[in-house]
Design a protein around this ligand. Structure first.
Ligand SMILES: [Zn+2]
Ligand SMILES: [Zn+2]
Length: 260
């Protein structure tokens, strides 16, 4: 039984009580963290600590290196106490980056009093479109976003697509998945007024089209626009459900969602 625990559902800014992107995926064999935004701070909360107690290893899958997705590495490296952490970092041909240098920068003076070699944290480059972690098949694909990003999928359980424009060619990548976590940035009205956002993020209209085609069992919108209220975001989620016919869940941070 797979459980998903949103720790950060906000895009970019951690405000209105919502942290920036971070999700736990708990399986019978291991623990994944999808992105390490400020939500990783919730590892220190008692409810989350109970959930992860005794879990040996943490596999952090990074979509890209923007700070709203990596600042939580500062927190996970002290708050994940029960075993080693591996940060799976996209590299060429997906993203042009040197992860040892990029993550190493976060863990070196004057930004940090700890160096990467002192942290119980390993950097693993992701350069293949398919590989295995603890018996789970991980599938990876490139996405369009300033600097590049990747989407990934764990078995037929969960797919994660954040910081991407909507790319209909990626519909087959998520076919048959139980839970799709997909970015939902501006609503229709605001995206019409800020057209350049269509080149950076996934706005409502194209997301609805994607979900209608991909037909996951359940959709959970993520990397939500930080300046909308919970009420506005919930209404947007309901509208997405109505207009796509796909069951949509408005994520609550710290809540446990079981995939059946
Ligand atoms: Zn972001
Ligand atoms: Zn980004």
């Amino acid at each position: 039984m797979i459980r998903i625990v949103p720790l950060g559902i906000s895009g970019y800014l951690p405000i209105h009580g919502r942290h920036s992107s971070c999700f736990l995926v708990l399986t019978d064999r291991t623990t994944f963290m999808l992105d390490a935004g400020t939500g990783a701070a919730r590892l220190a909360e008692s409810k989350i600590r109970k959930l992860i107690a005794g879990r040996a290893e943490l596999h952090i899958l990074l979509s890209h290196y923007h700070v709203d997705h990596t600042v939580g590495l500062y927190y996970s490296f002290t708050q994940w106490k029960s075993g080693p952490q591996t940060v799976h970092c996209p590299v060429c041909p997906f993203v042009s980056a040197n992860p040892d240098e990029a993550i190493g920068r976060l863990f070196s003076p004057p930004l940090n009093s700890f160096e990467l070699k002192d942290a119980n944290m390993k950097v693993a480059p992701v350069n293949k479109s398919s590989f295995t972690i603890a018996g789970h098949r991980i599938t990876v694909w490139p996405q369009q976003h300033p600097g590049g990003s990747v989407g990934f999928r764990i078995d037929d359980e969960v797919a994660y697509m954040s910081d991407t424009v909507v790319m209909m060619e990626n519909v087959p990548k998520v076919a048959g998945v139980k839970m799709l976590l997909h970015e939902l940035w501006l609503n229709e009205k605001d995206s019409k007024e800020h057209e350049k956002e269509f080149k950076r993020h996934a706005c409502y209209g194209p997301v609805a089209e994607f979900v209608r085609e991909a037909r996951p069992k359940t959709m959970m919108p993520v990397h939500l626009y930080p300046h909308y209220s919970d009420r506005q975001l919930e209404a947007l989620t309901r509208k997405l459900e109505r207009e796509t016919g796909v069951s949509c869940l408005f994520p609550e941070e710290g809540q446990v969602y079981r995939l059946t």
